[in-house]
Design a protein around this ligand. Structure first.
Ligand code: PLP
Length: 357
């Protein structure tokens, strides 16, 4: 036997793990500076780590109370009803729930190019077809309503990433509203705010009060440093929030994830320190790198280096791992995640030396 026709599906290419690269270079992973996957260099909140250790003792039970408590806590945080919080196994899991709730076979979705690969993958899993809107490098990857609307042709879901991965740009809330206004009543605008904590700008969540065609994605993977536990959520309009009960995998987030999330939400100091360091690091990267960069509202900076694959390989030899953006369709760019102060300084020094060679 064989699976269904998956020829239109693409494989997700995650950045290589630090252990993998360390083994290949024959060095200890502690000697490497990994700035390839937009992870939080400070790790998780210590309070979240303690909460997970305690939760491990209760891992025989389904996470009923913790799931409900986290949903209530997030509802309070965003001033929405608990039903409007769709908890999931990472932000990626929440993207799946939105596709499951929206797409009929053959429906189209509209995704950014360059952009986050999982939007299209998720749509295809749910029997949707994928169309793209282009962000133009000549236009510094500008994110305006027209960028999206000039390509829009009645798609069921339109994905906006704000701040955008891999460029770092963002949509204003007004631009999001313009897209939602100009698209059909039955088009859902998904605003992916995976990097929202790093942007000095309001969330599109405020639009949910008045409209039923915008959903917002958030995650614990980035500013909260919990990428390894897989915890994210969508915030959806009240009108159709009850669809969650019909599309979610039972207990979408684990006991450990829920307890970690609850503890992390109470650790303001950890998030504040993470965000502050990112603000310093992206400024440092932009001013000190001897290469063109783009303004970033996220925890990374896109850098034009010429031969991205060659430069990323040379940097890896020097113990610094960055993301080669060839798979994003940008073969002349690398994406450098903001590290600790020391990691960021090392990355700049090494990258400048590679560029000078
Ligand atoms: C990291 C990321 C996500 C969410 O990742 P999860 O780890 O699944 O929460 C979503 N969108 C973008 C653009 C991202 O970079």
């Amino acid at each position: 036997m064989k699976p269904r026709d998956l020829s239109a599906h693409v494989e997700y290419q995650a950045g290589r793990g630090i252990e993998e690269v360390a083994r290949e270079l024959g060095v200890d992973s502690d000697e490497l500076v990994k700035l390839a996957s937009n992870e939080n260099p400070f790790g998780p909140s210590p309070a979240a780590v303690r909460a997970m250790k305690r939760a491990a003792e209760r891992a025989n039970s389904y996470p009923k109370a913790s799931h409900a408590d986290l949903v209530d806590r997030l509802a309070e945080r965003w001033s929405v009803a608990s039903e409007q919080v769709w908890l999931a196994n990472g932000g990626d899991g929440a993207l799946d729930y939105l596709a499951r709730a929206m797409l009929e076979p053959g429906d189209d979705v509209l995704v950014p190019d360059p952009g986050f690969a999982y939007y299209g993958m998720s749509a295809r899993y749910h029997h949707g077809d994928v169309r793209e809107y282009d962000l133009s490098k000549a236009d510094d990857f500008a994110l305006a309503a027209d960028t999206v609307l000039s390509a829009y042709d009645g798609e069921r879901i339109v994905y906006l990433t704000s701040p955008h991965n891999p460029t770092g740009g963002r949509f204003s809330v007004d631009a999001v509203e313009d897209v939602a206004d100009a698209t059909a009543d039955e088009t859902l605008v998904v605003v992916d705010e995976a990097y929202g904590e790093y942007a000095d700008a309001p969330s599109a969540v405020e639009l949910l009060d008045a409209r039923d065609d915008v959903a917002v994605l958030r995650t614990f993977s980035k500013a909260y440093g919990l990428a390894g536990v897989r915890l994210g959520y969508a915030l959806v309009p009240e009108e159709w929030a009850d669809a969650y009960a019909r599309v979610n995998t039972p207990f979408a987030a684990s006991e450990l994830a829920c307890r970690a999330g609850l503890a992390a939400l109470d650790d303001d100091e950890h998030v504040r320190r993470s965000v502050e360091t990112v603000r310093w690091a992206r400024e440092y990267l932009r001013t000190e790198l001897d290469a063109p960069t783009w303004e970033s509202h996220a925890n990374f900076v896109l850098v034009e280096v010429g031969d991205a694959t060659g430069v990323a390989a040379d940097l890896r030899e020097r113990g610094v791992i960055v993301r080669d953006c060839t798979s994003f369709g940008l073969p002349d760019c690398v994406r450098v995640t903001c590290g600790t102060e020391e990691e960021t300084r090392t990355a700049v020094r090494e990258l400048n030396e590679v560029l000078a060679e």
